[in-house]
Design a protein around this ligand. Structure first.
Ligand SMILES: [Fe+2]
Length: 160
């Protein structure tokens, strides 16, 4: 297994980007965890010290609705296919920008970040995600803030 530097809070997003890029270059850490299933988004944890890491397999048309990361900073990189991200601030989750996350794209974000991620392509996509501190809850944002839903992060895994 390839060794990547553990996250330290004082190092912030730069370290998370370095970790996720290191994982992307180390398919031996995650390739066997990729699970493509028609119509489904599949999550699997990657064993790594110091951060929480996931590999997510996205079938065409699957996505995860607008959410935050419960106070965690994070980074993600696309290692197969491409994704579309609508993103904004937790302070104003109704104002969003859109960006393509093409193959090889790495983005980092802080705890204020909210996003919706979707595979709008015609082929499956795979992304690697790291979070620090560990992701223990996520809030999903509705059109009406009174309908926002806070859920344990574990319950979102594998959800399309
Ligand atoms: Fe997310």
């Amino acid at each position: 297994m390839t060794t990547v530097s553990p996250f330290h809070p004082a190092h912030g997003a730069t370290t998370l980007a370095s970790i996720v890029d290191g994982l992307a270059r180390s398919p031996e850490c995650w390739r066997a965890l990729v699970e493509h299933e028609a119509g489904a988004r599949r999550y699997a944890p990657i064993a790594i010290d110091g951060v929480e890491a996931w590999v997510i397999s996205w079938a065409p048309g699957t996505g995860l609705a607008l959410h935050d990361h419960g106070g965690a900073d994070g980074a993600l990189t696309v290692v197969e296919g491409s994704l579309l991200e609508r993103h904004g601030s937790r302070q104003v989750p109704s104002v969003l920008q859109v960006r393509a996350l093409d193959l090889g794209t790495t983005v980092v974000f802080d705890a204020d970040h909210v996003h919706e991620v979707t595979n709008v392509g015609e082929v499956a996509a795979v992304s690697i995600h790291v979070y620090a501190p560990a992701l223990d809850r996520m809030t999903f944002f509705a059109d009406d803030p009174r309908d926002d839903v806070v859920v344990p992060a574990a319950s979102t895994r594998g959800r399309s």
